[in-house]
Design a protein around this ligand. Structure first.
Ligand SMILES: [Zn+2]
Length: 295
């Protein structure tokens, strides 16, 4: 699944390749990826045709291309989606779902939405050029210069839920996916089940700093590529997996202390951690035990 650094790589690629172009035609080859557009496939195509692409922006893992009429083309890559910029004549990809012909950019090209599993999709966001209302509830990500770190730390410390669950909560902070959460927790020597209200402000700041660092490293390397389906805007895979210390390393020695890394189930996915560097937090007492009984 593409995580934030991959999505940022795609955004930067789109900014270079398609901004300034005009949409000449739109072909929806499968209705599912445009299911969130109330206009339906035909209305989706009509709302885009003739519009000029004014930018390439991102909030968390959502991308949008502001249009010259104040609307926006909003996209999410889901589990397996790709946005590719291809020469017009090149053969269709196996899972090509939407084809958008562009003219007037540096060279004529097609913007293609390719998605095998189709959890992702595209829609036209009415009035969404500045910030699509559909995603206005999503928190900023740690790489966003306007991310309010102190507010994040305060919110985390008011909640009793586990810190990893909070890191993945898009209403608190966006873009920290499962892989980067595990890496940041390993680097900060924290267990993901540690309750937010049992962390110091310093620990939360440290964890966020580690998350930011691991995401920046991934960005520098073009994004993580665990999923063979993921490729960036030009179709090249990113390579970051060699730099991972936690994710996917079950049974391998911790790079700090040599203890075999563990894997546990977590929200239909997995968490990887070192049981020594990242000790499981002690259970919280739910209610004080009466002295007479405890004795
Ligand atoms: Zn360790």
């Amino acid at each position: 699944m593409p995580e934030l650094p991959e999505v940022e790589v795609v955004r930067a690629g789109l900014a270079r390749r398609v901004v300034g172009a005009t949409i000449a035609s739109v072909e929806v080859l499968h209705p599912r990826p445009v299911r969130r557009d109330p206009r339906g496939p035909t209305g989706f195509a009509a709302a885009l045709t003739g519009r000029r692409l004014e930018g390439a922006r991102r909030r968390g893992k959502y991308l949008w291309l502001p249009l010259d009429n104040g609307d926006a083309l909003l996209g999410h890559l889901g589990m397996s989606g790709q946005l590719l910029v291809r020469p017009p004549g090149s053969g269709p990809e196996r899972h090509l779902r939407v084809r958008i012909a562009l003219e007037g950019a540096a060279d004529d090209a097609e913007l293609r939405f390719v998605d095998q599993r189709m959890f992702g999709g595209l829609s036209v966001s009415a009035g969404g050029a500045e910030l699509p209302p559909e995603i206005a509830h999503i928190a900023r990500d740690p790489l966003d210069p306007e991310f309010d770190e102190d507010a994040f730390v305060a919110k985390v410390r008011r909640r009793s839920s586990g810190i990893k669950r909070q890191l993945l909560d898009q209403n608190l902070v966006s873009g920290v996916g499962n892989i980067y959460a595990d890496e940041a927790l390993w680097r900060a020597r924290l267990h993901g089940e540690r309750p937010g209200d049992r962390m110091t402000a310093r620990q939360v700041h440290e964890l966020l700093g580690q998350a930011r660092e691991v995401m920046n490293e991934a960005l520098g390397q073009g994004g993580t590529s665990f999923d063979a389906l993921y490729v960036n805007v030009n179709g090249e895979s990113g390579y970051f997996d060699r730099a991972l210390h936690a994710y996917g390393r079950e049974g391998e020695p911790c790079e700090r202390c040599g203890t075999p890394m563990r894997r546990v189930a977590f929200m239909n996915r997995s968490s990887f951690f070192c049981p020594v560097c990242q000790p499981v937090p002690r259970r919280r007492r739910t209610s004080p035990v009466p002295r007479s009984v405890a004795d």
